[in-house]
Design a protein around this ligand. Structure first.
Ligand SMILES: [Zn+2]
Length: 140
């Protein structure tokens, strides 16, 4: 009995988001398993429908322009004016813009890495006794 491949793996396969070895494994199995191939076709179709639908919504909404990365950063830091901020929220949560979702995910990961590394730097500085003195300017 072969291992069951879940829909998520097939979706990643369609996005070519798997590593080359996993891609090759799926390709090989698709040639041998008609049911898996059928499932892949169903997923491909549903993704296509979803994409068409999302694009339609974006056109109705009339604004396809994606906010810049710097704007997303301001948005999450609460630095944008309310109407613009509301639009960004709409763009992300209602339109589900795939580009901005990817962008925002990336920004959040960077943000959390930055917090981790800066707190680590603070601890090292503390250990070295740097933070006790006001006379040493902070490195910038
Ligand atoms: Zn966008």
């Amino acid at each position: 009995m072969t291992q069951i491949t879940d829909d998520e793996t097939l979706r990643l396969y369609l996005d070519e988001a798997l590593d080359p070895q996993a891609m090759a494994t799926i390709e090989k199995r698709l040639r041998q398993e008609p049911l898996l191939l059928q499932r892949l076709d169903e997923i491909r179709q549903s993704l296509f429908d979803h994409a068409t639908h999302s694009l339609g919504m974006a056109w109705i909404e009339g604004r396809l322009t994606c906010p810049a990365r710097s704007e997303w950063t301001k948005h999450f830091n609460g630095l944008l004016e309310t109407p613009r901020s509301a639009y960004l929220k709409f763009h992300l949560e209602v339109i589900l813009c795939p580009f901005c979702l990817a962008n925002v995910t990336d920004l959040r990961q960077r943000q959390s890495r930055k917090v981790q590394s800066s707190s680590l730097a603070d601890r090292s500085a503390q250990a070295a006794g740097w933070l006790k003195s006001d006379s040493i300017p902070a490195p910038d």
